[in-house]
Ligand binder design. Sequence first.
Ligand code: IPE
Ligand code: IPE
Ligand code: MG
Length: 239
Amino acid sequence: MLDDLAKSGPRHIAVIMDGNGRWARGRGLPRIAGHRAGARAAERLIRYVGEHQSASYVTLFAFSTENWRRPPEEIAFLMDLFAEYFRDKCDEMVEQGVCLRVAGQLDRLPRSVQDAARHAMEQTQAGQRIVVNIALSYGGREEILHAVKRLSRRVERGEMSAEQLTEEALAGELYTAGIPDPDLIIRTSGEMRLSNFLLWQAAYAELYFSETLWPDFGPDDLEQALDAFRRRDRRFGRQ
Ligand code: IPE
Ligand code: IPE
Ligand code: MG
């Protein structure tokens, strides 16, 4: 039964989109050119997954809580790119049946990004084909801490008891509330680490590492990852 589940393909694919800088360096271009190409790769992936129904949920790691340590010029460029993406791709997302979500510290982002993201989320909220979750100023540890603080306040106010703190209650306070855990996590550009991505949700995800740099990651690379996923034996601790 579990085998059938795996063969039917992942319901939720999460991607650590890494390697934009190396892609640009390899072409003698500034890092920002890599980020622009990376945004096009993200758009291509969303379209492909939607059209082929490869999954119903896609989470894309676009900016981590640790990425705030990058040079201000790179951060500023990325923030402009995110705002532009949410503004320019909104109609297309609606047409594609995308329901957009953003996971992370939304309040920490510049107003322009917050406004564009909120507008795009509102416009796409009826999207039925695919949920696209963009992890922005996202860190797994920060997310868990944020959830614990929210639950603690409820306990303090007497709305719930410590005994009522369950895995479900905690998952319900994460930025990904309502989204099933990822079945497949892909990281591009050869790095084999999670870099603080979906620490809670990744408990039973299958991990797939691709050597391809993110801007070059296309449908063929995705199909390879899906093939590998289908060959995995997901036991979830059982025999
Ligand atoms: C991923 O590409 C994009 C972000 C983290 C924003 P990088 O910018 O990390 O590219 P590399 O890893 O330096 O090649
Ligand atoms: C992870 O990539 C974050 C994103 C893809 C947004 P990084 O490039 O920031 O990760 P490290 O620093 O190599 O671990
Ligand atoms: Mg990187």
